[in-house]
Design a binder for this molecule. Structure first.
Ligand SMILES: [Zn+2]
Length: 408
């Protein structure tokens, strides 16, 4: 794809496009149109997601208001209790949370959340942002249904600067939330260039962004990579395997788009030989990595290709928090490409994920490598990646999808 076209896509779609919003729908349709212009057949598929309207949210510390955002889908009401900070969810830390509102680092996860409630916590506070950044932004977070499993307590998210103040003073805190919870839609875009057989290589990327993020790096760059592959595939057609690009909605809420895709297309999954996922490439700084969910020969194959192309890449047999995991969980081997950059140069899920941290030339180089790799496999007489996952990857998938706890 020429650099001017990459610039245009960033200009057109490099804006906040949150799950279930009109901007997300616009982006899904925009990508379908772009894919059609490149010669692919494309359609937009809606799927149901929870939607929330927050009417009111307050956090008070010893009676003084602290800026906060309510967790979506955590219910409505009011609670008041002493604050307790825990840095981990070990039994000793959990022994201190009974009757408290608990502030902790990081994200809510299934096991931590239920352990905290079992230990008697009444509510929770998380934080994001950075004490060194000038903004006081607060991300809008959600108590995901697949984590809460119907067990809700009130929670708010605050800025890191306020979190430090709260933990220093350990006040009595009060949370007040009023929200309406209902069901709405999010969208996947599916674009195909058929092959000479009825087998497919799916490519996946997410098209949505976090509420504060223009999402240029995460993950408009992945969308551009899929369009780039469709363009190359159409020009060099026919290939043995068809290329099916799945641009997923609502990834940022826990891979909801790819989960919906594999559910809605369950009967077709045995015709998918491989998944190639792209989540964040093209940053000016950093190194391209690939998380491989397959067997060891799949890693060796990618390494050999990177030598041939003189394109440095770090490979890791690891499950990634990205749409590839939904495909791998159905037994489909997957390569998930991304780029890791120092946090001092490029960050995601915030206002700083904008056009300034990527370059069109770098996007083009990274995307071309991934597209050429995918099309090399699309031309193979027999898929060089066997349709198998290692036991270590299967174990990681069980942990990632909260079917099993991680060993300590
Ligand atoms: Zn992402």
């Amino acid at each position: 794809m020429i650099q001017r076209e990459i610039q245009k896509i960033i200009k057109d779609a490099g804006h906040i496009r949150v799950s279930a919003s009109k901007e997300e729908k616009w982006t899904a349709e925009y990508l379908a149109e772009k894919a059609r212009a490149l010669g692919a057949e494309a359609r937009v598929e809606p799927f149901e997601v929870a939607v929330t309207k927050i009417n009111d949210a307050h956090l008070y510390a010893d009676g003084k208001e602290v800026a906060c955002k309510a967790y979506e889908c955590c219910g409505s009401g009011s609670i008041e209790a002493p604050l307790c900070y825990i840095a981990d969810f070990d039994p000793i830390s959990l022994s201190k949370v009974k009757g408290k509102i608990v502030l902790f680092d990081g994200l809510v996860s299934t096991f931590n959340y239920h352990d905290m409630l079992d230990a008697g916590a009444l509510g929770f506070i998380t934080y994001d942002g950075d004490v060194k950044w000038r903004d006081n932004d607060i991300d809008l977070r959600e108590l995901r249904e697949y984590m809460a499993k119907g067990r809700k307590v009130l929670g708010v998210n605050i800025n890191a600067k306020d979190a430090v103040k709260l933990v220093k003073n350990l006040p009595v805190v009060k949370i007040v939330i009023d929200q309406d919870e209902s069901t709405g839609h999010s969208w996947n875009t599916i674009a195909e260039i058929p092959g000479t057989t009825d087998e497919w290589i799916t490519m996946s990327c997410h098209l949505d962004s976090r509420p504060l993020a223009p999402g240029v790096w995460d993950n408009l760059t992945g969308c551009i990579t899929l369009l780039n592959t469709l363009e190359m595939a159409a020009k060099s057609a026919p290939h043995r395997y068809g290329i099916r690009a799945v641009f997923c909605g609502s990834e940022e809420r826990g891979l909801l788009g790819s989960k919906a895709y594999v559910k809605m297309h369950e009967a077709e999954l045995d015709k998918i030989a491989l998944n190639v996922n792209v989540d964040m490439i093209g940053s000016i700084m950093g190194e391209v990595v690939c998380f491989v969910n397959a067997t060891d020969p799949a890693i060796a194959y990618l390494k050999a290709f990177s030598c041939e192309k003189a394109f440095p890449i770090k490979t890791m047999p690891m499950v990634m928090a990205s749409d590839s995991s939904s495909f791998a969980d159905k037994g489909i081997p997957s390569y998930s490409f991304g780029k890791l950059a120092p946090q001092s140069c490029a960050v995601i899920h915030s206002r700083y994920d904008n056009a300034s941290i990527v370059s069109d030339k770098q996007i083009q180089e990274d995307a071309n490598f991934i597209s050429e790799f995918t099309l090399r496999i699309a031309d193979a007489a027999i898929c060089p990646v066997e349709r198998k996952l290692s036991d270590a990857i299967k174990k990681q998938l069980d942990e990632y999808f909260y079917r099993k706890r991680k060993d300590h």
